[in-house]
Design a protein around this ligand. Structure first.
Ligand code: NAD
Length: 512
């Protein structure tokens, strides 16, 4: 936040920025981007996207089905050969142009994302900048995408190289949708793949902007195609299309299972980033002030609608009372409000169906005998939208549903533990395995716990701080495969072995 400008001025400035963009959006509606053209659905069908702030209709959105997906997949297949063969230097250049275009519109993207998803501006203000960084990072990796190894044997040189797998499908969820979709699309394009993107039906607005910015930046027609619509229609058709060689999917674990089955007949390669019920373990020797900041940030930022939140606080029983008392005060002080207000820390949840889901967990907690220390109610926020009070559940045990199931909201469950072994056992006693956070001054213990946790990503004495070259992904029901750095290329490319004979080895002679 700009310290020199009063919050109310920034709120007003955000609203003024949003007004003409919304007017334009309502007038134009949202179509698919197929082969470089904005088109309606072949069926002529559409659906409405509404703002979670006040349920006003933001736009009429084309409702894609199998026919539209076929059109997009065909365009992606046609564009593939030329995009694959374009030089890495040229690919790098145009991907940097996409990053430039995103940066130019970063403030517009931020306000539209707030209005379409309910996320607070303080978190969305930098989301487009992070999206641009994703494009720049992978643009600079274009030249090394084909890189491989030399594994010489006595009579041969054996080299590996990589080639893009072909047209791929990218299916994304509604949480921080703009940033998150670039995390999949940028490496795919850098690898030389063409893409059909199916964004979430609850957050189509900035996906449409991305498709247009990519076109304006000079990426050839058909290289990125965007088809809007519902998961069971457009999404399913994409996973079943024979021209699509792989599916990069981010969403719920149950949807991942469905996609695996849908893609089986065409032998789709899949990469899944799925749900989580991530533990943050706080030992009694930790820097408790920093731990408290991180605990509050990791579950109550982004409305708790993030895959990597620390949604289970495992607190050593010797410090539980004191820590929970400080935590309670912080949760009570969180500011729920309009997403465009820079003072807001928690905005409305994305959709009334999601609001209902999160609210059901208030009753689940009560019925299981846990205590709701803070929150547990809807909140009358500006616009009358899908607001809830940030919620803190105490007195829980590890087997309760509030300790096992992903709530995907500003909802934290506290579970006390005795010692290191107890903490590890509780932390691993869930189906998920995305992230784990450990707070302790004992580095030996930190490393032992990091080794023992069944999770793809562990942060020691830190909240989640993303570093683009590192592997991102989960174990167990939290995912299959890793993103980030070179790991992304392993998914979007085929590894090929080429063997060169030195001309000296003996070839068996048959038929003489
Ligand atoms: P979701 O699974 O309901 O939907 C995600 C996408 O899949 C949407 O575009 C949807 O239309 C599509 N889809 C739904 N059914 C489909 C089908 N049968 N075939 C093909 N596509 C289908 O998830 P959501 O509610 O939009 O997102 C929230 C979930 O995403 C949470 O579980 C969260 O943890 C997870 N998530 C995980 C990560 C990660 O990196 N692990 C990141 C963000 C979100």
């Amino acid at each position: 936040m700009d310290k020199a400008t009063p919050t109310s001025d920034l709120f007003q400035a955000n609203r003024e920025r949003a007004a003409p963009l919304l007017k334009q959006l309502r007038a134009d509606g949202i179509g698919h981007m197929i082969d470089g053209k904005t088109v309606p659905s072949i069926s002529g069908e559409s659906f409405e996207t509404k703002s979670p702030i006040d349920n006003t209709v933001l736009a009429s959105v084309a409702r894609g089905n199998a026919e539209d997906i076929d059109r997009a997949a065909t365009a992606a297949a046609l564009a593939f050969k030329s995009w694959r063969d374009i030089g890495a230097a040229m690919r790098r250049k145009v991907l940097h142009r996409v990053a430039d275009a995103i940066e130019d519109r970063a403030d517009d993207i931020a306000v539209l994302e707030c209005i379409d998803t309910g996320q607070a501006h303080r978190f969305m203000a930098k989301a487009a900048i992070r999206a641009a960084e994703n494009f720049r990072f992978f643009a600079d990796k274009c030249a090394e995408a084909r890189a491989g190894l030399n594994m010489p044997s006595e009579e041969h040189w054996n080299v590996s190289t990589r080639v893009p797998i072909g047209p791929v499908g990218v299916i994304t969820p509604w949480n921080t949708p703009f940033m998150l979709s670039t995390w999949k699309i940028a490496p795919a394009l850098a690898a030389g793949c063409t893409v059909v993107h199916k964004p979430a039906e609850w957050s189509p607005v900035t996906a449409d902007m991305l498709a247009k910015l990519v076109k304006e930046a000079g990426i050839p027609d058909g290289v990125l195609n965007t088809v809007h619509g519902f998961g069971e229609e457009a999404g399913k058709a994409l996973t079943e299309h024979p021209a699509i060689k792989a599916i990069g999917f981010v969403g719920e674990s149950a949807t991942g299972s469905a996609i695996m089955a849908q893609g089986a007949p065409t032998l789709k390669r899949v990469h899944f980033e799925l749900g989580g019920k991530n533990p943050v373990i706080v030992f009694d020797d930790a820097d408790l002030d920093r731990a408290l900041d991180a605990v509050v940030f990791m579950i109550y930022s982004l409305n708790g609608e993030r895959c990597t939140p620390s949604s289970r606080l495992l607190i050593q029983d010797s410090i539980a009372e004191k820590f929970i008392s400080k935590l309670t005060a912080r949760v009570q002080a969180l500011k729920v409000g309009h997403p465009l207000d820079p003072a807001t820390e928690i905005g409305p949840l994305i959709h009334e169906r999601h609001l209902d889901k999160v609210c059901r967990y208030f009753d689940v907690a009560r019925n299981e005998g846990a205590a709701i220390a803070v929150g547990g109610r809807t909140h009358a926020g500006p616009g009358g939208g899908h607001y809830i009070e940030p919620t803190l559940v105490t007195g829980a045990n590890a087997r309760m549903r509030v300790a096992q199931e992903e709530v995907f909201g500003p909802f934290l469950t506290v579970i006390p533990f005795r010692d290191e072994n107890d903490a590890i056992a509780i932390a691993n006693d869930v189906n998920y395995g995305l992230t784990g956070y450990v707070w302790t001054a004992d580095m030996g213990r930190a490393l032992r716990v990091a080794d023992a946790l069944e999770a793809g990503m562990i942060w020691l004495n830190s909240e989640n701080v993303r570093h683009l070259p590192t592997p991102f992904g989960g174990m167990k029901a939290s995912g299959i495969g890793r993103d980030g750095g070179d790991y992304s290329f392993d998914f979007y490319m085929e590894t090929k072995h080429v063997s060169l004979a030195r001309g000296t080895h003996r070839i068996q002679r048959l038929g003489i």
